[in-house]
Design a protein around this ligand. Structure first.
Ligand SMILES: NC(=O)c1ccc[n+]([C@@H]2O[C@H](COP(=O)([O-])OP(=O)(O)OC[C@H]3O[C@@H](n4cnc5c(N)ncnc54)[C@H](O)[C@@H]3O)[C@@H](O)[C@H]2O)c1
Ligand SMILES: [Zn+2]
Ligand SMILES: [Zn+2]
Length: 383
């Protein structure tokens, strides 16, 4: 089959790779109908992880079941399904408590597995024609048959639940004020989730204008950090007050004010978002951090950053009595509920999708999404 294969920094290719097979009686093979490119793929694409050439990318996968193993109980050939980006077993100590992003079975020696991702186990990615899904009864979310809501449902594999996870980590509640750093797909989904959860005001910070416009269209208050310090801008708008909750949907590759929004030279300050969050939030607030931080970054800006060691204002955090939550989203905790919000018409996350392109155009799509040019916000690949 054809698949998107990592070649090295800033290079992918669409190549022939072996077809996946049923290796265990609880596996299924899914014929991919949609697989999205994620900001998390860009960390690997840019050579900012330990990813080696040869990885098949793709952890945001949906499709139709092509083949089922003999022990599969709840799924049949022809069923339409979307898979959480996390691979979970369903029976380990962490899966049993709902922490499927930290499964102890699927990636021995490590808590957590995913498709097509460095250090996340042997699971081949789905930016391809087919994918093998292990523990399939657990890892497939059934969808209504047909092709309705294809874009919305494809976002259930990662970014809609992950944005929601940011709001959950920060315990965003009705009437609260929230600031979300990042208007990439995850930040937009976090903004949207805060609004769904009844937040009164949601400020969304970025410097890519198309993305800020999308945040404004769904009821967020766009803040461009190239215009000035976002903390000062938000305090000015609020008569000096901070906010109840903050969400980091940027992660360790955070750009400095004034670095190029689209392509061009980027100046990174890996701790800038965390420290701005601590600065803006009101005492006793909660910070949700779905944005990714890594323990090892070959391209880190200094020796500390190379080993994931960042200077954050812990004294201020303590003085304010803040709480924070981090980590991979446990997609399975939310995806059935978010699916039902889509089906009932109460959520339409597909507003974030900017491009749908054939799998064979993946090379161009990666380049443009990475450069954040031509409005490439969220790209769906169609095999
Ligand atoms: N926790 C999880 O399970 C999980 C899942 C998916 C993605 N992620 C992570 O979430 C983050 C966002 O993902 P995405 O797909 O939206 O990525 P993205 O790269 O498309 O979006 C990041 C956005 O942040 C903006 N940004 C950069 N510096 C900033 C700053 N200083 N202040 C405000 N905004 C800034 C960028 O302009 C960009 O629009 C990534 O780190 C990704 O790895 C985590
Ligand atoms: Zn993703
Ligand atoms: Zn498990």
């Amino acid at each position: 089959m054809r698949a998107v294969v990592y070649q090295g920094p800033f290079s992918v290719a669409v190549e022939e790779v072996p077809d996946p097979e049923i290796k265990h009686p609880n596996d299924v093979i899914v014929k991919i109908t949609s697989s999205c490119i994620c900001g998390s793929d860009l960390h690997m694409y840019e050579g900012r992880t330990a990813a080696e050439p040869g990885i098949v990318f793709g952890h945001e996968n949906m499709g139709v079941i092509e083949d089922v193993g003999s022990a599969v109980k709840t799924l049949s050939v022809g069923d339409r399904v979307v898979m959480p980006f996390n691979v979970g077993c369903g029976f380990c100590k962490n899966c049993q408590r709902g922490f499927t992003g930290f499964c102890l079975t699927v990636n021995p020696g490590f808590a957590g597995g995913a498709y097509g991702y460095v250090a996340m186990g042997p699971w081949v990615g789905g930016q391809a024609e087919y994918i093998q899904v292990p523990y399939a009864d657990f890892n497939c979310l059934p969808l209504p048959s047909g092709d309705a809501f294809e874009w919305d449902f494809s976002l259930l594999a990662d970014i809609f639940p992950t944005g929601y996870h940011g709001a959950e980590l920060a315990d965003v509640s009705p009437g609260e004020s929230v600031a979300v750093w990042g208007a990439g797909p995850v930040g937009l989904m976090a903004t949207y989730s805060c609004i769904i959860r009844g937040a009164a005001e949601v400020y969304t910070i970025d410097h890519v204008q198309e993305r800020l416009d999308m945040a404004g269209d769904i009821g967020g208050i766009p803040i461009n950090f190239d215009v000035g310090d976002p903390v000062e801008q938000i305090r000015d708008m609020r008569g000096g007050d901070g906010v109840d909750k903050t969400i980091d949907a940027v992660g360790y590759q955070a750009a400095a004010q004034g670095s190029s929004a689209a392509g061009g030279e980027q100046t990174e300050i890996p701790n800038v978002v965390l420290n701005q969050m601590i600065d803006l939030i009101n005492p006793t607030g909660i910070m949700g951090i779905p944005g990714l931080y890594v323990p090892s970054d070959p391209g880190g800006v200094d020796e500390g950053a190379k080993r994931g060691s960042l200077a954050i204002n812990f004294g201020k955090l303590f003085e304010k009595g803040l709480k924070l939550g981090t980590g991979q989203c446990n997609v399975k905790q939310y995806n059935a509920y978010l699916r039902d919000l889509i089906i009932s018409g109460k959520a339409t996350p597909s507003f974030v999708v900017s491009h749908e392109v054939p799998l064979d155009d993946a090379v161009d799509a990666y380049h443009k999404f990475d450069q954040r040019i031509d409005g490439y916000t969220k790209v769906i690949l169609k095999p």
